[in-house]
Design a protein around this ligand. Structure first.
Ligand SMILES: Cc1cc2nc3c(=O)[nH]c(=O)nc-3n(C[C@H](O)[C@H](O)[C@H](O)COP(=O)(O)OP(=O)(O)OC[C@H]3O[C@@H](n4cnc5c(N)ncnc54)[C@H](O)[C@@H]3O)c2cc1C
Length: 393
C-alpha cells in the first residue's frame, strides 16, 4: 500500500471506517439508491461510532478536529456508498460557518449537537437564479428589534428536511453585491421556515436535495454569523475548506470503482484468459489506479494544509485543484470501470453503474468544475511568477 501522512491513531480510525463501510454500509448501498430514502440507520451508525466527532474540537464534544481525517473518512465511506460519504461532507460544510465565524457562545450553542450527530447541518447558498453567480441572490434579511426577518428561498439544498440547523446567506443590503450578503443560522423550527420540494435525481439518491423557504422567518438577532456584510467572505472561506471534502467523495468513488473493476477483471475470462491479462484492460486499470493515487496525494496535502492553519490564496488554489482533479477523475474512472465490466457494468446488479451516476454530481456541486478552473487560473494570475526564460531572445 502507498505511504500516507496519517498518524497511527488516524490509521486506526480509517480502519474502523473501512470495516464499517465493508460490513454495514456496502450491503445497504444498492437499497439506499433504489429506495431514494434518507438513510437514518447510517446516521445512527455514525453516531454510535463517534464519526461526526472527528470534525469538532474536544471542547465542543468532538474527538479533535482534523480536516485530513475528515477527508479520509469521506473517501472510505464513498468507496462503497457516496450518499453515506456525503452525510459527513455536508455535516462539515454546514458546521464550518459556525466554526470559522461563530462567537464562543454560538459555538457552545450549536457545535456539541452537531458533534454528536444529534443535529444534522445544511449550507444554503444557491437560489433558483443564483448558482455559480452567488452574489446575484435575492433572499433578504432585515433587522427588527431583537430579531432578523428573512424572506426568499433557496434551491438544491442538501439535507433539506433532515437538517436541524441551516447556515443561510441573505442580502442585508440590496444595493450592494457580494458585500451586501450576511450569514445566519436558521434552526428548522423557526417560525416562517418551510421545506419545499425534494428533487428526484440521477445519483446520490439517498441524500435529500430540496427547496427551503423563508416567509417572514424570524430568528434571534444573535444568529448572525460574523458581522453584517461578511457573509460572502464567510461563504468562500467555508468552500475553501469543504470543497476538498467533495474531492474526497470523488476519490472514494474512483477507488471503489477501480477495486471492483480489478476484481472483476481477474475473474472474467475471454479468449482463454482473464480479461485483466489483455493489455488494453490492464492499461486501463493502471491508468485508473494512477489517477486515484495522484488525486489522493493532492487531497491529503490540502487536508494537512488546513490542519496547519493555512488560509488565503494558497489554500484557495489547492482546495479548488483537489476538488477539480478528484472529481474529474471520479467521472473518468467510474466510466472506465463500467467499460471494463462490459454489459454487466451497465446493469444495476453491479455497483459501478451506481458509482458512475453518483460521480457526475461531484463535478457540479460546491462550485462546478468550470468555476474551479476559473478560481485556479485567477490565483495563478495573482502569483506574478518569474519566467525562467525571461529575457532570452
Ligand atoms: C444534488 C445537488 C446538491 C446540492 N447541494 C447544495 C447545497 O447543499 N447548498 C447549496 O447552496 N447549493 C447546493 N447545490 C447547488 C450547486 O452548488 C449548484 O447547482 C452549482 O453551483 C451550479 O449552479 P447552477 O446549477 O445554478 O448552474 P449555473 O450557475 O447556471 O451554471 C450553468 C453552467 O454554466 C457554467 N458557468 C456558469 N458561470 C460560468 C462562468 N463564469 N464561466 C464558465 N462557465 C460558467 C457552469 O459551470 C454550468 O456548467 C446542489 C446542487 C445539486 C444538484
Amino acid at each position: 500500500m502507498p505511504a500516507d501522512p496519517l498518524t497511527d491513531e488516524q490509521r486506526e480510525i480509517r480502519d474502523l471506517v473501512r470495516t464499517l463501510s465493508r460490513e454495514r454500509i456496502a450491503p445497504r448501498a444498492a437499497e439506499i439508491d433504489k429506495s431514494a430514502e434518507f438513510p437514518w440507520d447510517v446516521v445512527e451508525l455514525f453516531r454510535e461510532n463517534d464519526l461526526f466527532g472527528i470534525m469538532y474540537d474536544e471542547e465542543y464534544g468532538g474527538i479533535g478536529e482534523s480536516s485530513l481525517m475528515t477527508f479520509v473518512v469521506i473517501e472510505e465511506l464513498s468507496k462503497v456508498c457516496a450518499t453515506s460519504g456525503l452525510i459527513i461532507a455536508v455535516q462539515e460544510l454546514g458546521s464550518l460557518g459556525i466554526k470559522l465565524a461563530g462567537t464562543d457562545e454560538q459555538k457552545r450553542r450549536w457545535l456539541p449537537k452537531l458533534a454528536s450527530g444529534e443535529w444534522l447541518a445544511a449550507y444554503a447558498l444557491t437560489e433558483p437564479g443564483s448558482g455559480s453567480d452567488s452574489a446575484a441572490m435575492l433572499s433578504t434579511a432585515r433587522r427588527e428589534g431583537d430579531e432578523w426577518i428573512l424572506n426568499g428561498g433557496k434551491r438544491f439544498i442538501t439535507n433539506a428536511g433532515v437538517a436541524s440547523a441551516y447556515v443561510v446567506f441573505a442580502k442585508t443590503d440590496q444595493q450592494e453585491g457580494h458585500k451586501g450578503i450576511s450569514a445566519f443560522v436558521v434552526e428548522a423550527d423557526s417560525p416562517g421556515f418551510k421545506v419545499g420540494r425534494i428533487e428526484p435525481k440521477m445519483g446520490i439518491k439517498g441524500s435529500t436535495t430540496g427547496e427551503i423557504f423563508f416567509d417572514d422567518c424570524r430568528i434571534p438577532a444573535d444568529n448572525l454569523l460574523g458581522e453584517e456584510g461578511e457573509g460572502f467572505a464567510i461563504a468562500m472561506r467555508i468552500l475553501d475548506r469543504s470543497r476538498p471534502g467533495i474531492g474526497a467523495q470523488g476519490l472514494g468513488l474512483a477507488q471503489g470503482a477501480t477495486d471492483y473493476a480489478l476484481d472483476y477483471a481477474k475473474n472474467r475470462e475471454t479468449m482463454g484468459k482473464p480479461i485483466a491479462e489483455h493489455q488494453l484492460i490492464a492499461g486501463t486499470l493502471a491508468d485508473m489506479e494512477t489517477k486515484c493515487e495522484a488525486g489522493r496525494g493532492l487531497l491529503y496535502r490540502v487536508g494537512q494544509l488546513i490542519d496547519e492553519g493555512a488560509d488565503g490564496q494558497e489554500l484557495t488554489k489547492l482546495s479548488a485543484m483537489a476538488k477539480l482533479y478528484c472529481t474529474d477523475i471520479a467521472m473518468e474512472v467510474t466510466t472506465d470501470a463500467v467499460q471494463i465490466l462490459g454489459g454487466y457494468g451497465y446493469i444495476s446488479e453491479h455497483p459501478v453503474e451506481r458509482m458512475m451516476r453518483d460521480a457526475k454530481i461531484t463535478q457540479i456541486y460546491e462550485g462546478t468544475n468550470q468555476i474551479q478552473r476559473l478560481v485556479i487560473a485567477r490565483e495563478m494570475l495573482k502569483e506574478n511568477r518569474a519566467f525562467l526564460l525571461a529575457g532570452v531572445s
